[in-house]
Design a protein around this ligand. Structure first.
Ligand code: ZN
Length: 305
């Protein structure tokens, strides 16, 4: 599996702010589209296929998706948004994420950044594919991968997934919390955000964006009149721009997820904000436009590293 995307670059700019994509992997999904998305309709999907080159593997009948972090260099800081699945994590219930050994850290270094250089890590939510590289295995113990970083998590999200705060947490979710979030909390590096907290400084806005999970947060960025939204799992695939009512199987509150998705698409279209989702395959970044039917996509390839 290629560790660096050969088809498209991994660097973008919003005003003077540099953004790089740090790839963990890009591959067809483990699930059939009908399983992955509620409401999936192959006829509707096929009608949009020519608008989504590279986002579907017809041989395997799978949506193609990417796992990556966004590295933002702003206000003299290096900020990482979402941290993928991580290496060596026990995920026996999800074979595609089990005991991975990817070149994620090499891809970070290829952007000229060492783990020690990361100042802030922000997880849009605490699902296992957004928290994995929070920690790495050292002498049999999970330790923070980014020793000098402050890790930002939503307070509401922590209340949902921390098994000590919510004993009803699914045991698999509890396991990923305990190996990828708890060690960060125990190291004193976690900061739980309440609504309205804005620790990222000027140009950034963190906002609640519930639906996929109760405490999901997004990050808006603005510099020199240009705008971006780091949208986590509000959308998983470009078909959801055309069909905003299609949720992923993991969206916990379906109606809320649909409303949040429409709000983000409207914001991107009306404010000309580029969309930086967590799982879009190459070219990864999209401009959203209003159309007679709703919304459309114009892809925005990055520059080569
Ligand atoms: Zn995800």
């Amino acid at each position: 599996m290629p560790c660096v995307d050969a088809q498209a670059g991994n660097r973008w700019n919003i005003g003077s702010i540099g953004i790089a994509r740090i790839e963990e992997r890009q591959a067809p999904s483990a699930f059939a589209p009908e399983t992955f998305m509620t409401g999936f309709d192959m006829k509707v999907f096929t009608a949009h296929l020519h608008l989504m080159p590279g986002f579907y593997s017809p041989e395997q009948h799978r949506l193609v998706s990417s796992m990556h972090s966004w590295l933002i260099r702003a206000n003299g800081k290096r900020i990482l948004v979402d941290t993928c699945c991580g290496n060596h994590k026990e995920r026996p219930w999800m074979p595609g994420f089990h005991q991975l050994n990817t070149r994620y850290l090499e891809n970070l270094r290829a952007q000229g950044v060492e783990p020690e250089d990361i100042d802030v890590v922000l997880c849009t939510h605490l699902h296992l594919d957004h928290i994995g590289w929070n920690t790495r295995l050292e002498n049999g113990r999970w330790v923070p991968t980014f020793p000098n970083a402050r890790y930002l998590f939503s307070e509401r999200e922590d209340a949902r997934w921390n098994p000590r705060r919510n004993p009803a947490t699914d045991p698999n979710r509890a396991m990923s919390y305990d190996d990828s979030v708890l060690p960060v909390v125990q190291a004193g590096q976690a900061q739980l955000l309440s609504d309205g907290d804005q620790p990222l400084g000027s140009g950034f806005r963190i906002e609640p964006s519930p639906g996929h999970t109760p405490g999901h947060i997004l990050v808006k960025l603005e510099d020199e009149g240009e705008k971006a939204v780091f949208s986590g799992d509000i959308l998983h695939h470009p078909i959801q721009v055309y069909q905003p009512d299609w949720n992923s199987f993991a969206c916990e509150a379906p109606e809320v997820a649909r409303r949040t998705r429409r709000e983000v698409l409207a914001y991107c279209a009306d404010e000309k904000a580029l969309l930086f989702p967590a799982h879009f395959a190459a070219p990864h970044v999209a401009a959203i436009e209003r159309t007679a039917e709703g919304f459309g996509v114009r892809y925005v390839p990055g520059a080569a590293a």
